[in-house]
Design a protein around this ligand. Sequence first.
Ligand SMILES: Nc1ncnc2c1ncn2[C@@H]1O[C@H](COP(=O)(O)OP(=O)(O)OP(=O)(O)O)[C@@H](O)[C@H]1O
Length: 280
Amino acid sequence: MLTQVVPKASPQDERSAREIAALQDVYLAFVDTQRRSAKLALEGISLSFKEGEFCSIVGPSGCGKSTILNLIAGLTKPTEGSVICNGKPVAGINTEVGYVTQDDNLLPWRTLQSNVEIALELRGIPKEERARRSRELIDRVGLTGFENHYPAQLSGGMRKRGSIIRTLIYDANLILMDEPFGPLDAQTRLVLQNDLVKLWERARSTVVFVTHDLVEAIALSDRIIVMTATPGRIKKIYDIDIPRPRDVFHIHDAPGFSRIFDALWADIREEIKASMRRDP
Ligand SMILES: Nc1ncnc2c1ncn2[C@@H]1O[C@H](COP(=O)(O)OP(=O)(O)OP(=O)(O)O)[C@@H](O)[C@H]1O
């Protein structure tokens, strides 16, 4: 396998050694029953996600990034190989993970606070405790005063903050995020990246984060996994040793930023070219 780790493991990784989730030699083929053909989407993926790490997956469009998250969430089954979460094979929907997708998916008929509290409500947590915990998170992302607003009365960035804290309140030790800031404008993205770093630095859940934005990946991650063009394989894994706490607004000035960015971009460009040669 072509996996290469650059540079050396950060102290963060050494401290957080327990494995929270893993894919073991996973192959996944999507079958097209009408055409009686199969398309290999993932080829021999072995990955391990450690307790408390923030790990991003990058790669050209269609390389299988979302499919990896769906495998961990139990929404898709591997054709071969296994997927493990919290020490158990994933079989069926994995209720132990939080999943933030590109769409905010807030329920339009519930207020912000009531959306944030859904997971606690389903667990039967008393009303006062639900309110205390949801208001604390709402405050932490600067939405105090908007508790009783409905999603249609909030901006895209506010809705996204709501959907992130709705997932965090669940207290899952593993959170999957699929391009959560994709549809937002550049300024709002930056502010939300900063919010996410702050929230994560407190909660320290394991995060597996899919993005196309290399600067975002560097600003947020302890590790970045680069995938090849389809069928997706692991091309390289980068340990990001930029010290924390990080200032996402000035991440370009961090020591080592340019070196990591250039290396990542060279990898991605190579894969984009490869996919264009394959698929003119
Ligand atoms: N349910 C499905 N049925 C058939 N093919 C699928 C299905 N889901 C994904 N694929 C295919 O598997 C491959 C990987 O898809 P996936 O969405 O995981 O890629 P991705 O890297 O997340 O892409 P993007 O960056 O564009 O969101 C693609 O070729 C896609 O067309």
